[in-house]
Design a protein around this ligand. Structure first.
Ligand code: BES
Ligand code: ZN
Ligand code: ZN
Length: 477
């Protein structure tokens, strides 16, 4: 989609128009026939979209309830954009001009964001061309060109995250993803990318990442991305972003039954998200020192696969009894978190991971299950910005009682709880062990990273959820 800014007068504009308004008074200023005014009166909802013929063009009126709290209004506008998109597709309208009356710039931005996110679909394997918006001409009263450009760069990162997550493992294994990240990083002068191969990972003794990789013919990778803009006062205290990069999760020897394996190409969404956040920060020159640590491998039951009962020695020396090879994410993340503690002086470690089915069962697909250790302030900030951008998170407890559930008879820890209860929390507790005293936030994105069915402005597939959240959080630093 191309975005341009232009002076638009809806009464004179020759072309299809989307007109946003929150206050009915605006209707008086529209070139509407009597019949059309009647039709608007029939629309009883507080939010609605109607399309009128202006042959050969179309006029789409988007009425929204501007009385709600701002984040709710903006989210409603993102969702209304989906209605407009559907009408555009039906009518074959590929170019529209966007204007409104009494509408705030952030409301217009939310609508454009919804339209942009909804317009994405994973097309590269489809023979038939899909409908996409060609051009969006936005009334220049709403944005400066630089603001629109910055937004667009963020949306582009969300696009690429979704593309990576949607790619099957046959087209994107650990080595290929690492190469892709390296080539993106090369486009920046202040992003450094270090790709560690299996030999290097062995020399570092990352017992978790190596164990999970043992059943695969594809080598693991450990990718370190560092964005360090000049002129920072906190050069030595980076924010560390850790992302789960399971390129495919079969479950390993505890193989996933029936259709539970489907969609597990998305098990590297955490890594894709964290890389995308770092690149977005670099794109828009945010003044913050960031390091993304991305352990990458698939989890397979191949010839020498790790097995339940194995006892692993992790990067930091902690021993872990494997109880279930399908609880693999925490093993690769543990090494990455321990690596952060040992090699940096982190201000905070934040991880994103499609970690537990239990998180989806607890809160469904409407938000992130979050936990913290020594990071109350950081999590509170994330909650606030999460509500603002409508990528919400809810805090789960980290009471000391849960520690008992992951103690092992034979090792320091077991890789899943000794009861089926509180699976999301025991996973968070396991990770928190490796963060030690460093402020730590865990984001379980299992419910939101990938949607089976369309949800508002997300079509089925990868969502890029949490990029807008983390970007907004970084903007506040
Ligand atoms: N990748 C899965 C979690 C998952 C499930 C993500 C559904 C997205 C949708 C993870 O590796 C896993 O298999 N977790 C197990 C843990 C259990 C064995 C303790 C789970 O949640 O069942
Ligand atoms: Zn698993
Ligand atoms: Zn997994």
């Amino acid at each position: 989609m191309f975005y341009t800014l232009q002076d638009i007068n809806p009464k004179e504009y020759e072309g299809s128009v989307v007109f946003l308004y929150g206050d009915e008074c605006a209707e008086r200023n529209l070139p509407l026939a009597k019949k059309e005014v009647e039709r608007l009166k029939e629309a009883k909802d507080k939010n609605f979209v109607v399309g009128f013929d202006r042959l050969p063009h179309r006029l789409f009126l988007v009425k929204f309830d501007s009385e709600c709290p701002a984040p709710e209004v903006q989210e409603e506008l993102r969702r209304l954009a989906v209605e407009v998109l559907k009408m555009m597709e039906k009518d074959g309208v590929k170019t529209v001009a966007l204007c409104g009356e009494g509408t705030l710039p952030e409301e217009v931005a939310a609508f454009v964001e919804g339209l942009t996110l909804a317009d994405y679909s994973f097309d590269r394997f489809c023979s038939k061309e899909r409908f996409h918006v060609d051009q969006l001409i936005i009334n220049s009263v709403y944005f400066k060109q630089e603001e629109l450009d910055a937004q667009q760069r963020l949306w582009n990162r969300i696009f690429w995250c979704r593309e990576w997550v949607n790619l099957p493992v046959a087209d994107l294994n650990a080595a290929q993803f690492a190469e892709e990240l390296q080539s993106v990083a090369e486009g920046f002068k202040n992003v450094k990318c270090t790709v560690m191969d299996k030999r290097k990972i062995e020399s570092l003794r990352m017992g978790g990442l190596l164990a999970v990789n043992r059943g695969s013919v594809d080598e693991p990778r450990f990718v370190v991305l560092e964005y360090n803009p000049s002129n920072l006062n906190n050069q030595n205290n980076p924010i560390i972003l850790v992302g789960k990069g399971i390129m495919y999760d079969t479950g390993g020897l505890n193989i996933k039954p029936e259709d539970y394996m489907q969609e597990m190409k998305s098990d590297m969404a955490g890594a894709a998200t964290m890389a995308s956040v770092l690149f977005a920060a670099a794109d828009n020159a945010l003044p913050v020192h960031l390091v993304a640590l991305l352990p990458l491998t698939d989890n397979r039951p191949g010839f020498n696969a790790y097995a339940a009962d194995d006892i692993l020695t992790m990067y930091d020396g902690t021993t872990v009894e494997v109880v279930n090879t399908d609880a693999e994410g925490r093993l690769i993340l543990a090494d990455a978190i321990a690596y952060a503690v040992k090699n940096y002086n982190p201000r905070v470690i934040i991880d994103a991971a499609t970690l537990t089915g239990a998180a989806v069962r607890a809160i469904s697909t409407f938000g992130i299950a979050a936990m913290q250790q020594n990071a109350q302030r950081e999590l509170e900030m994330l909650k606030i910005v999460g509500n603002e951008v409508y990528e919400r998170l809810v805090e789960f407890p980290m009471w000391k009682e849960y520690d008992e559930l992951i103690k092992s008879d034979f090792a320091d820890l077991r890789n899943c709880g000794n009861t089926p209860q509180a699976g999301t929390i025991t996973a968070g507790k396991f990770l928190a062990h490796f963060a030690g005293n460093v402020p730590f936030v865990h984001l379980d994105i299992a419910g939101v990273a990938y949607f089976t069915k369309a949800q508002h402005y997300f079509r089925p597939g990868a969502s890029g959820y949490a990029i807008r959240l983390l970007y907004a959080y970084l903007q506040m630093q």
